[in-house]
Write a protein that binds this ligand. Sequence first.
Ligand SMILES: Cc1ncc(COP(=O)(O)O)c(C=O)c1O
Length: 405
Amino acid sequence: MSKVSGKFGVSDLARFGGEKMFGRVRGTPNLVRPNVEQFLTYSREFFEARRYTNAGPLVRRLEARLAHMHGVKYCIAFANAFWAIVMTIRSLALEGRSELVMPSLTYRRLADIVSWTGLTPHFCEVNKDTLAMDPKFAVKAVNERTALLLAPHPIVNNCDVAGMEELSAKTKIPLVFDSVESAMETYRGTMIGGFGRAECFSMHSSKLINGFEGGYVTTNDAVLAERLGYVRGFGFAAEDRVVALGLNAKLNEVHAAMALAAIDDLPAQIERNRAKYVLYRELLRGIPEIRLLEFDDNEKRCYKTIVVELLNSWPLSRGRTIDILHAEGALVRPYYSPPQHLKKMAYETIAEDLSETERLAERFLLLPCGAHVDEDDISQVVDLLAFLRSRAAEIGSAFDRAALA
Ligand SMILES: Cc1ncc(COP(=O)(O)O)c(C=O)c1O
């Protein structure tokens, strides 16, 4: 069992003085590298035309392509998802209201993004099975001050889109999806992108489509699309005609070139991701104390990130498990932990009882994945996990001795 990871005894673990399993770290960000020639071919276009930014031809082509892929009328590219989300919320939030309902167990800086809109994040509980915002908990945080519902999709599968839309219709509070983790997936057979009033996506290098940095909003709302087109570029509607308070959050041409090349590679990337996911699934069957969060194969999925639950029967604490894996160069990450309501923020937030969120935040881990992780790495990681399980008692003693030393 330990032949793959090279660990035969506890002293072989890097945490306790042994040799590191990975010289170059294996992390969890996607970091896809599209074909460099493809990237340069796109880049030559803007370079030769001397069109570097300000809604250049590649940004427009990217927007058209993304709108088509998501099956929506409009796509508005931004410099990142951060400002895409801020400006979408600012455009749609009900006037005179001060709060925004969102889960605490989600992207660790999502509340910061909300704070830039001037609204106060009001955290709600999540569904224990999907780890996602759930209308039956979200409704408890809704009140007469609620300006908007922000529903982020979880890392594996989707939140209850229909339920959230129903809540939005019933309360007449606008609904925006943070769909960063569900890009190019389907919900009940329909592409993510056209639900709620708008959906927001990231093209950060760690995401499905690598534009180095970048983001975009999809919507079928013509008024919103026009407004976002202004506000991302200082609010200019025409030369010297500013129609709204804007900022500078435009996507530039070199980022669009990278994103277009990444989209060209997307079908192949999804196949590669799926092969790695299937291998993890197969190998993890040998460790019943670890549960892989399985992708719903009845929907279109991109298989980008591998999330596991350490069940109660797993014999080591999550902290010690992470400690050992990090020492080996396997940069596993706790899933959205700590949750946002437990962090010290520079702004006000509202949280009622979030005990389920707190419980869930202690249980999940992201395992190494992405373009820089290959099948051999996966075998080594799972083999190491099996080794940890088989030597848990000795490892526990080694930790205790190290603490006393
Ligand atoms: C769910 C989610 N929303 C928003 C963001 C922010 O994206 P960006 O880095 O493009 O600003 C991220 C980034 O990791 C994310 O994971």
